[in-house]
Ligand binder design. Structure first.
Ligand SMILES: C[S@@+](CC[C@H](N)C(=O)[O-])C[C@H]1O[C@@H](n2cnc3c(N)ncnc32)[C@H](O)[C@@H]1O
Length: 371
């Protein structure tokens, strides 16, 4: 039996749902539970391919494996000569680490304890390769075996040539989580009907999807998406010739351009209304909520034509913060009437919220299946 610790990003339940989706799609059998509201523990009878999992996931910060010896014994085995480098997380981490450092020193070893509060420090000190990054969680000790490729995410987020800060951009990690939540193999055709500058499509390409379709009402957005796709092809050495992007209103997509039942899955962050500053009146928000409910319902009318029966849609429905409460968009019943089922992420979580305190808009992620 192997026990792994997945250190999750900020939105614990979203990150955990992504792991479950990837496990189920890759037919990985694992018993999982959430620990301390920040880890997912997975027990498996076969070893996991941790590096390819890490490459695929957007919401996991690191993957660690349980060790069956003490940290000291593990270090002596994996760093037998030269200076020891290690870091430690978990309850009383610093105190424990300093005691361990003292012990190792008294054995005559030269030791550097690194306070690794973030992924960059672990990467820069080569702690994964050295097997020197430890986490104490529950009754067990884990050593990090894979870490999130933050540099590649950062490059895609900040260096892409076409960006539109006004209409807002999806963080690439969230885009990746949404694609994984579709549980669709990468030979499928994936559609983003509100593609903006193409964050989600770029992420799909880096995940190996070859057939992607993107539309947006804005000519600038489509020009940006085109530039970004070309850029990602060059920078990341990807084949992007199977990408199709064009200007269109989601409510009136040409049947010729996107034929009936030609789409396997949709993942999208739709238009979420005008950018919010937090001073909107309840009346203004209520008006916008009505408009967006209408837009989303009409978008789903298009989806009911273009998506294959059984196809999955991962769709963000925003909600607005007002007077410390949420103003929500009620369109679920209309969407269901169009022939879609809501697929709950778990018994407790029918949908998953992506929201930072003090943000005026929360992104509620929903999963639908076309009947
Ligand atoms: C929130 S942005 C999407 C941002 C995108 N996820 C990204 O990361 O770049 C919403 C996009 O929807 C587009 N849009 C608004 N109404 C639309 C419609 N009726 N049909 C298609 N696109 C629409 C806007 O032009 C905008 O680019």
């Amino acid at each position: 039996m192997h026990t792994y610790l997945f250190v999750l990003g900020r939105e614990t339940h979203l990150c955990a749902a992504e792991i479950s989706a990837v496990f189920s799609q890759s037919r990985i059998e694992a018993k999982t539970h959430i620990l301390d509201n920040k880890y997912l523990v997975a027990k498996t009878s076969n070893r996991l391919g941790v590096h390819s999992l890490m490459e695929q996931l957007g919401g996991t910060v690191k993957i660690a494996e349980k060790i069956n010896t003490s940290i000291k014994e593990h270090i002596e085995k994996t760093q037998p000569d030269g200076k020891i480098h290690f870091s430690l997380s978990g309850p009383n981490a610093k105190k424990r680490a300093l005691a361990l450092k003292k012990e190792l020193k008294s054995d005559g070893r030269s030791v550097r304890y690194i306070e690794a509060n973030n992924t960059a420090t672990i990467l820069h000190n080569n702690l994964v390769k050295r097997e020197g990054d430890f986490t104490v969680a529950g009754d067990n000790v884990f050593v990090t075996v894979a870490i999130q490729p933050i540099e590649a995410f950062g490059k895609r987020d900040f260096e892409k040539p076409g960006a539109d800060s006004r209409s807002g951009m999806l963080p690439p990690k969230l885009a990746r989580m949404m694609i994984n939540l579709t549980e669709t193999p990468n030979d499928a055709t994936l559609f983003d009907p509100f593609c903006g500058s193409g964050t989600l499509l770029m992420e799909a390409l880096t995940m190996g999807y070859k057939h992607i379709v993107g539309i947006d009402l804005s000519e600038k957005a489509i020009a940006d998406t085109g530039k970004n796709i070309h850029w990602i092809g060059e920078e990341f050495g990807l084949q992007v010739s199977g990408s199709r992007v064009f200007v269109s209103d989601v409510r009136a997509v040409s049947h010729k351009k996107i034929p009936k039942h030609s789409i396997d899955a949709i993942a999208t962050e739709p238009y979420m209304g005008t950018p919010k500053i937090g001073r909107e009146t309840k009346g203004q928000l209520a008006e916008e909520v009505r408009e967006l409910a209408d837009l989303y319902t009409n978008a789903f009318k298009t989806f009911s034509r273009v998506v294959k029966p059984g196809g999955t849609i991962i769709f963000i429905i925003p909600k607005f913060r007002h007077d410390n409460a949420w103003i929500e968009i009620n369109c679920l019943n209309d969407i269901k009437k169009l022939g879609f089922d809501v697929v709950p992420f778990s018994e407790k979580y029918p949908s998953l919220l992506y929201w930072r305190r003090r943000q005026h808009v929360g992104r509620e992620i929903w999963k639908f299946r076309k009947k």
